[in-house]
Design a protein around this ligand. Structure first.
Ligand code: PGA
Length: 242
């Protein structure tokens, strides 16, 4: 893993955003795997600004998001569909038909996951995948478990994830307990990965990911087996690294 440590989240946003801009300049019809959460917001702001400045166009880009809550209307501000539009898509020239998120309101979740896997393969696979990490080591919503997953699936969120994310909802009951997520196999099939973590709250998960054993108990540790991962950390997130 290529680990790079920065002073501020804003600097990471620019540096990681530049990897995405270069990817799009190199291959205008590339396939991007995208993530939600607080961490990538500065990077999305940077990409939106580069697009508005006319430096890069997302007109031919296709995107697949990592995950989406189950049974939360996409019109809800905390749906990942709404998040992505608010923080990135609405500030670019991307075409809505090229945007893909798992449908957490599908009647048949298995069929939805199968269709998503097929759509990713039909698009030629993900060229560049963005990842954050949960304090419990999750990537996407692949929670700590006894085995690594492969394709997309429905997951029961852990207490740790519910505790981290419920603060964004008006009431604790509103926070979904289930989600659809790309599997670890999907993430590992991406040709290149950009990973971002900021803040001391992520230090233990980042340590386990980079210096711990490869284990589904820390799903992010699988990235040790990927050939092309750039890890962007601030001082807080890098605090426990040797
Ligand atoms: P965060 O979420 O960026 O809001 O910390 C990261 C994650 O849970 O993957």
């Amino acid at each position: 893993m290529d680990v790079r440590i920065y002073q501020t989240a804003a600097e990471i946003g620019e540096a990681a955003g530049e990897v995405f801009v270069q990817q799009i300049l190199d291959k205008p019809d590339c396939v991007l795997g995208l993530a939600t959460g607080v961490t990538p917001i500065p990077m999305y702001t940077y990409i939106g600004n580069q697009c508005n400045a006319g430096r890069v166009s997302l007109k031919k880009v296709t995107t697949f998001n990592l995950d989406e809550y189950c049974n939360l209307p996409v019109t809800h501000r905390e749906s990942y569909y709404a998040f992505m539009h608010r923080n990135l898509f609405d500030h670019t020239d991307i075409l809505e038909e090229n945007v893909h998120l798992l449908n957490g309101n599908a009647d048949d979740f298995d069929a939805e996951c199968e269709a998503y896997e097929k759509a990713m393969a039909a698009a030629g696979g993900v060229d560049l995948q963005l990842l954050g990490i949960g304090t419990n080591g999750h990537i996407g919503f692949n929670e700590p478990s006894d085995e690594f997953s492969d394709g997309p699936f429905k997951v029961k969120l852990t207490e740790s994830t519910i505790t981290s994310n419920k603060i964004y909802f008006d009431t604790e009951d509103e926070m979904p307990r289930y989600a659809l997520t790309m599997g670890i196999g999907d993430i590992m099939r991406a040709k290149k990965i950009v990973f971002i973590a900021t803040g001391e709250g992520k230090a233990k998960a980042v340590y386990d990911m980079i210096e711990g054993p490869v284990s589904p108990k820390c799903p992010a540790s699988i990235l040790q087996n990927h050939k092309d991962v750039i890890v962007f950390l601030d001082k807080g997130a890098a605090k426990l690294l040797k």
